[in-house]
Design a protein around this ligand. Structure first.
Ligand SMILES: Nc1ncnc2c1ncn2[C@@H]1O[C@H](COP(=O)(O)OP(=O)(O)O)[C@@H](O)[C@H]1O
Ligand SMILES: [Mg+2]
Length: 225
């Protein structure tokens, strides 16, 4: 099954006092599951804002966000939340793991939300964590893990459901260059096995060049590189 996301003439402004700051000024993008896309641009250019709107976590000021031909721009929160769970895996710069849960429990969570049994959720999650060298950390909590290990758990949590799309916002931006390279390569290997679509926000040129399409946000517009 392929899935298509279309963004048309997307605009987003934020109120600051009595001014509105226009961050996105008419962005168009079309992406199908299986494709890999990098979104680059300087800090503050609107990369996170765009990714949040694509992932139905935020609404634009105007424009269109359509999923499989259906206009979801201003759909109700319940529907958006169900679409997010059905189609997307999110990875952020900071891991956002649940601190009270172990690595294994954090990865199991999205499967349990989808009503998979505890036994199946556990075995799938164990297998995935083992495949990225985390077999010895299954029962550790985030505060007992290094930054790179936390990010690997966050990646496993995003990919365990085999989402149609992975939305990754500077997923290794918080790691030192060495850890960043290792974790990024593991992430891309996993992505290649499940063939999800990937939208990667990064300002690392070397990482962006591994994607099949590279875009830059410039002056509120998205430009193909
Ligand atoms: N919730 C918000 N309220 C007000 N301004 C915001 C909000 N989110 C983002 N901005 C502003 O929008 C601009 C783009 O932010 P962001 O999308 O986070 O940029 P990037 O991810 O490229 O660094 C920044 O100037 C930021 O201050
Ligand atoms: Mg950002």
């Amino acid at each position: 099954m392929t899935m298509k996301i279309e963004i048309k003439d997307l605009r987003k402004g934020f109120k600051k006092g009595d001014q509105v700051i226009e961050v996105l000024k008419g962005v168009d993008l079309s992406i199908e599951s299986g494709e890999t896309v990098a979104i680059t641009g300087p800090s503050g250019s609107g990369k996170t804002t765009l990714l949040q709107i694509i992932g139905l976590l935020d609404s634009p000021s105007s424009g269109l966000v359509s999923i499989n031909g259906q206009d979801e721009t201003f759909s109700k929160e319940r529907r958006k939340s169900s679409l997010r769970n059905q189609y997307f895996g999110f990875i952020y710069q900071f891991h956002h793991l649940i601190p009270e849960f172990t690595a294994l429990e954090n990865v199991m969570m999205p499967l349990l939300v989808r009503n998979l049994s505890i036994a199946k959720s556990r075995s799938k999650s164990e297998r995935l964590l083992e495949s990225i060298g985390m077999h010895h950390r299954l029962n550790h909590k985030p505060h007992e893990l290094s930054g790179g290990e936390c990010q690997r758990v966050a990646i496993a949590r995003a990919l365990v459901t085999k989402p149609q799309f992975i939305l990754a916002d500077e997923p290794t931006g918080n790691l030192d260059p060495n850890a960043s390279r290792t974790v990024f390569n593991q992430f891309i290997e996993l992505r290649d096995t499940i063939e999800s679509g990937l939208i990667l926000v990064t300002h690392d040129q070397a990482l962006s060049e591994k994607m099949s399409k590279v875009y830059q946000i410039d002056g509120g517009l998205l430009i193909r590189k």
